[in-house]
Design a protein around this ligand. Structure first.
Ligand SMILES: Nc1ncnc2c1ncn2[C@@H]1O[C@H](COP(=O)(O)OP(=O)(O)O)[C@@H](O)[C@H]1O
Ligand SMILES: C[C@@](O)(CCOP(=O)(O)O)CC(=O)O
Ligand SMILES: [Mg+2]
Length: 386
């Protein structure tokens, strides 16, 4: 790391759609997710003064800290070593909040972005001779707090930028305009990003940061990730309810229900897992362009899962309206991510005509929904933009 030469590092990391298995994956059940072609973009620059700046226009945050004050204020926090980091404890989170001037009782999720940044910054740089003066700017294509994994894209881009700047990972040129990293470097990025997710989510499964790091489409079970052997081309429409919600609160709500009624909740999450597995089998044997029969099966599974998510208590009347509108037009839809509002996806069968899609789009717009994107899923994970 050299601070004498001006350095600029630009990183982008994608959001995701969880096809099946949200919440159940927190209990070690299988889930499948794929990247979206919507990304968070980070720029890290060296500064000539001795300040650290964090500019996050999406959540209206622009903070500055002096390097000396940060060195002194955070020196007692325990975050393990760069190569073997440990999660931020409650005490560490409180200490960072106090340092950043955030009320300990302030549970606004957006403020946790500052805590996650300071934890990752200090944890990675603390073994260096001196802490660097840098500015970090992050802007996302993703709606924040809507189930599309903006928190993971945030933590992944941050971990990649800081590890790269500190010289702990080394990007390799992949194509014109972008670089990537070796699998072992990606593992380092993912480990630190997971700790950022922990600050923001409480008890994440790790699926969001893993998909944002590695890209493509993957399955997670019991903390183990594997790339999906096969996934047909899927086209989805993302519909944002614009109902705000926090992943941390929703995950905690399901946990509370699970603790109170384990005998009821266990069969529900097992049924979700059965849906995930049926979907994987379907993908294994379907052609790249799914047949109408396969689309119908996938649709039924989407419908079943949506009902189970409602039973877990993570639905919302606005999501129900989107599902009903989709059904009226012959489509299938479910929430994605933590639910409680946020986004739903609608599966768009390959043979859907543009006029049919436009008619559906118009119906959703007339009902006041924000139909943001028709997108294909599965694409590059974290990248260094050149
Ligand atoms: N672009 C961003 N800028 C700043 N903070 C972000 C950004 N994206 C995500 N975050 C952090 O993640 C939180 C939202 O995470 P979460 O509730 O898990 O929703 P989701 O991951 O589904 O978008 C924000 O409140 C903020 O702390
Ligand atoms: C509900 C959950 O399965 C996914 C949360 O995703 P998001 O933050 O709502 O995008 C939680 C997790 O897996 O950590
Ligand atoms: Mg999240």
């Amino acid at each position: 790391m050299t601070t004498s030469q001006p350095v600029e590092i630009r990183i982008s990391a994608p959001g995701k759609v969880i096809l099946h298995g949200e919440h159940a994956v927190v209990y070690g059940k299988a889930a499948i997710a794929a990247t979206l072609n919507l990304r968070s973009h980070l720029t890290l620059k060296t500064r000539l003064d001795s300040m650290i700046q964090l500019e996050l226009p999406d959540v209206n945050i622009n903070e500055e800290f002096s390097v000396a004050a940060l060195q002194e204020g955070l020196q007692s926090i325990d975050c393990g070593s760069v190569h073997d980091p440990i999660p931020a404890s409650e005490e560490v989170i409180s200490l960072i909040k106090k340092f950043a001037g955030i009320d300990i009782e302030n549970n606004e999720t957006r403020m946790l972005a500052i805590v996650a940044f300071l934890f990752i910054y200090y944890g990675i740089f603390k073994e260096k001779r001196e802490l660097p003066a840098i500015s970090v700017y992050i802007k996302s294509d993703l709606p924040v707090g809507a189930g599309l994994g903006s928190s993971a894209a945030f933590s992944v881009s941050l971990a990649a930028a800081i590890l790269q700047f500190a010289g702990y990972i080394d990007s390799i040129k992949e194509a014109e305009g972008a670089s990537t990293w070796s699998t072992s470097d990606k593992r380092k990025i993912n480990n630190w990003a997971f700790l950022g997710e922990k600050v923001i989510h409480g008890r994440p499964s790790g699926i969001d940061n893993s998909i944002s790091t590695y890209g493509g489409a993957l399955r997670m079970q019991n903390g183990e990730i594997t790339q999906l052997d096969k996934m047909p081309t899927l086209s989805v429409l993302l519909v944002n309810t614009k109902v705000p919600r926090s992943t941390m609160t929703l995950v905690a709500g399901v946990r509370q229900k699970y603790n109170l009624y384990p005998d009821v909740m266990e069969p529900i999450i097992n049924a979700v897992e059965a849906i995930t597995k049926r979907t994987e089998d379907l993908f294994k044997f379907s052609a790249d362009t799914m047949s109408p029969d396969d689309v119908k099966t996938l649709g039924d599974l989407i419908d079943l899962n949506q009902n189970l998510l409602n039973a877990m208590g993570v639905g919302h009347p606005t999501l129900d309206r989107i599902v009903a509108a989709a059904k009226k037009h012959g489509f299938y839809s479910k929430l994605t991510g933590a639910g409680g509002g946020g986004c739903a996806f609608v599966l768009i069968p390959p043979d859907t005509s543009d006029s049919h899609l436009q008619y559906f789009n118009q119906d959703l717009n007339d009902q006041g929904f924000d139909v943001r994107w028709k997108t294909t899923v599965g694409g590059q994970g974290v990248l260094r933009e050149l």
